[in-house]
Design a protein around this ligand. Structure first.
Ligand code: MG
Length: 262
């Protein structure tokens, strides 16, 4: 389970939605009626991409089932919670004596993970599509701001959003992908947020990466920056205390704000 940062409050998605709608009303008035926008990340935020890694691991194990039959046996026992975040962590969870298999798997994974064809394997986060619809229904814009790259992943991005019923292809939605695979995610999103703010007030962002949330608060300190408690890249920075955290997007689960611990 992903631990929450103790110095940032944990609040329900319902309360985040209420705060976003209230902020949109204020900021739209201030911006002469221009639409307010909320940026939503995809990997680890709207979608759990660990099923993608697990499927690639199964495929790798099948391809090696003759020389290494124990690999397939070990993979079949894995659950999503064993995977954490990186492909190396997935291999570590197998506890195999052949260390070189790990490096070969990372290569194998890299050739498949960042492609269109494996994205449909992702699981949608419960409540995520409804959350996006509630923003759009209230007149806000939703921008899917993802580190997936346009050359290799655009079709899979649109297919996944569409298949899971997210609002899409309307004047109230945008999809922003990295122009090149090798671009750094934080630098890409920093630049994109600066550009997106020219379209209208950006009132919120939801991301699973503490580093992205912290950067967003640097760029737009008045924005409601939300970290969803999902796996993130190793060695994250400490979450900015101005951020809030949500356990999920589910709007049917409400609880009192769990305030920051000092
Ligand atoms: Mg992410």
């Amino acid at each position: 389970m992903v631990e929450r940062a103790p110095h940032s409050p944990l609040i329900s998605a319902r309360r985040v939605l209420d705060r976003l709608l209230a902020a949109a009303e204020v900021e739209s008035k201030r911006a002469n009626g221009r639409r307010a926008w909320v940026a939503l990340d995809m990997d680890g935020t709207l979608f759990d991409n660990r099923p993608r890694t697990l499927a690639i691991l199964h495929s790798f194990a099948m391809a090696h089932r003759e020389p290494v039959p124990e690999l397939l046996t070990a993979v079949q026992k894995l659950t999503l919670d064993d995977l954490h975040y990186t492909p190396s962590q997935a291999v570590d969870a197998l506890n195999l004596p052949q260390r070189d298999l790990g490096e070969r798997f990372v290569d194998y994974w890299r050739q498949r993970f960042f492609t269109n064809s494996f994205q449909p394997l992702d699981h949608v986060e419960p409540g995520a599509a409804e959350f996006a619809h509630r923003l759009v229904d209230a007149g806000l814009g939703v921008v899917y701001l993802t580190g997936r790259d346009r050359p290799g992943m655009m079709h899979g991005v649109l297919q996944s959003l569409d298949a899971h019923g997210f609002p899409l292809m309307s004047p109230q939605t945008q999809v922003v992908l990295k122009p090149e695979f090798q671009h750094d995610d934080v630098a890409f999103k920093r630049e994109a947020l600066g550009e997106l703010a020219k379209n209208g007030p950006l009132v919120g962002l939801v991301d699973n990466e503490p580093g992205i949330v912290n950067m967003a608060l640097e760029v737009l300190p008045d924005m409601l920056c939300v970290r969803i408690l999902r796996p993130h890249a190793p060695n994250p920075p400490e979450l900015d205390a101005r951020a809030v955290q949500i356990p999920s997007f589910r709007l049917d689960v409400d609880f009192d704000d769990m305030t920051a611990q000092t």
